[in-house]
Design a protein around this ligand. Structure first.
Ligand SMILES: Cc1cc2nc3c(=O)[nH]c(=O)nc-3n(C[C@H](O)[C@H](O)[C@H](O)COP(=O)(O)O)c2cc1C
Length: 254
């Protein structure tokens, strides 16, 4: 079974590739959070998690999902994390999260994929050339990840911690999660055409339509920025630094 979360489609692409190659069932975490969250694995079946790296760690939604998850007959656990650059101590954060359930994480892979974070100065989507290069490299890397899971490799982590992982994951991440993940800074500009695409695209159904069909953001936000990237009029902004930034959706799943 492969559980996944994705905002702009990179992790969805990875989860779909993985599940198709392994013949595993695919489940979208936000949808599963609305159900009983109780599962039983078949003998020898792998329990996989695919998610984007947020602030050099596991997204809070994924941590919450794992906390609430109840799975019987777990024998092999792995994760696959997609990122724009590097993942800091995501491996440690993920492993601790599954250890609190009494499971051991056997394998982890980080995948560098096109950038989706645009909310702070210095961050923007990749150029089309870089995006293409990352997507091609990810497709190659996927073969290695599938092989490693098929072989049930244990204690195998092919990850991209980058520079200063402790500082990023232990100092910046808590600050980021506390102050920079709120949905409050979302707004639409006068370019909004009231098409409702952001409403339909939000993976948590956290955006509703006002009487004039313009978006209204509520509090249950994963911070994935899908609404920003999906807007055909590029009318959604987040805070003060997204003006003039690009948009990105994984072209292989969107
Ligand atoms: C809120 C947020 C935080 C992010 N933090 C990181 C990060 O710490 N390191 C990194 O390399 N990429 C980071 N990214 C980029 C994403 O991890 C990357 O683009 C990922 O592949 C997006 O996956 P998705 O398309 O499945 O949503 C961040 C993106 C968002 C939206």
């Amino acid at each position: 079974m492969v559980f996944y979360f994705s905002g702009t489609g990179n992790s969805e692409w990875a989860a779909r590739e993985l599940a198709a190659s392994l013949g595993d069932e695919l489940r979208f975490m936000p949808d599963e959070l609305c159900g009983s969250m109780e599962y039983t694995m078949q003998d020898g079946e792998c329990l996989g998690f695919v998610f984007p790296c947020y602030a050099w760690g596991v997204p809070l939604l994924v941590e919450n999902f794992i906390r609430r998850l109840s799975v019987r007959n777990v024998s092999y656990v792995y994760y696959l994390c997609t990122c724009g650059d590097d993942t800091g101590m995501t491996k440690e954060i993920f492993c601790r999260s599954v250890e609190s359930k009494g499971w051991q994480c056997n394998l982890g892979f980080d995948f560098q994929m096109p950038e989706s974070y645009i909310s702070l100065p210095g961050f923007d989507v990749d150029s089309k050339e870089k995006e293409g290069m990352k997507l091609r490299a990810a497709a190659e890397r996927m073969k290695q990840a599938v092989d490693a899971v098929r072989q049930r490799k244990c204690g195998f982590f092919d990850i991209l911690p980058g520079a200063f992982p402790w500082l990023k994951s232990r100092v910046v991440r808590p600050f980021f999660n506390r102050f920079l993940m709120s949905p409050k800074p979302f707004r639409y500009t006068d370019k909004c055409i009231a098409c409702g695409k952001c409403v339909a695209a939000c993976p948590l159904h956290n955006i509703s339509s006002a009487d004039d069909k313009r978006p209204v953001w509520h509090d249950n936000c994963a911070g994935c920025l899908r609404c920003y990237h999906v807007c055909p009029a590029h009318a959604i902004q987040y805070g003060w630094f997204t003006r003039g930034k690009g948009q990105y959706l994984n072209p292989l799943v969107n």
